[in-house]
Ligand binder design. Sequence first.
Ligand code: NAD
Length: 269
Amino acid sequence: MDLVVCGIGGRMGGAVARVIQQTQGVKLVGAVDRPRSSRLGKDVGEVVGVGKLGVTVSDNIGSHLKGNVAIIDFTRPAASLGYLRDAAKRGIPIVVGTTGFTVREWNEIKRLSRRTRALVAPNMSVGVNLLLGLLGGVARSLGEEYDVEIIEMHHRFKKDAPSGTALALGRAIAGEWKRDLNKVGVFGRKGLVGERGKKEIGMLAVRAGDTVGEHSVIFGGLGERIEFVHRAHSRETFARGALRAALWLAKQNRGLYTMQDVLRLGKSG
Ligand code: NAD
């Protein structure tokens, strides 16, 4: 299978390209970065540190979209939507790892994915997706008396907060308890805020150094507390997940998928 990586100059784009190089049966045929990027015109292999590959970084995806090709995108929301439009136009499978989409952008993603195969996942790691699959059952067993707080920690360069993963974890619990995260989510607290509301789902985003990604989901009861913690040690976990998703997606019918589908965990809520 041929692959085009969007956002090749970024932390994730580089990790995906390196994993593609280590994997049999897949080939990097195109690499795209933003207009005016200092990487344009350079050899991809040299940009990502694996030695010359004979593929040049460009800002034009069009010429790569032919044959048995799939796109893996880790860029920024507006750019990802553009690549999704290109994929929809040509019926090419696309895996989007970018986070931070607005409700309006999500509606467009849903509309566009009717015309192609799209997989959008705020976190491509197997461990996080397993946790997402478990949380509904945990919330059901514990019951609504437990307070839920979610803490996420990422590197200082991350642009959106809270992380897409933290929101997905919150939604998995809120969905089980028939709550709307947009209404019950409390994103940090300061000052004389009063007692915790019974239905609140608290969320805190910590940004520190080069932290790859950590998520803690805390269920606090009277007399006990249960915590689920996931720590990503390196970006390789997301890159490997994205490649697994691309290989899986190529065999599916048109539609919008998540990592839960790839791992056959059922819907995350
Ligand atoms: P980064 O800033 O290191 O890289 C982003 C890259 O995208 C840069 O090279 C930038 O030049 C490029 N870019 C911007 N506009 C572009 C365009 N129009 N066309 C092509 N390239 C363009 O960021 P990162 O840490 O690699 O993260 C990228 C995205 O992936 C973020 O939204 C981040 O939250 C998300 N992310 C998702 C996962 C996951 O598992 N789904 C994991 C890590 C990061």
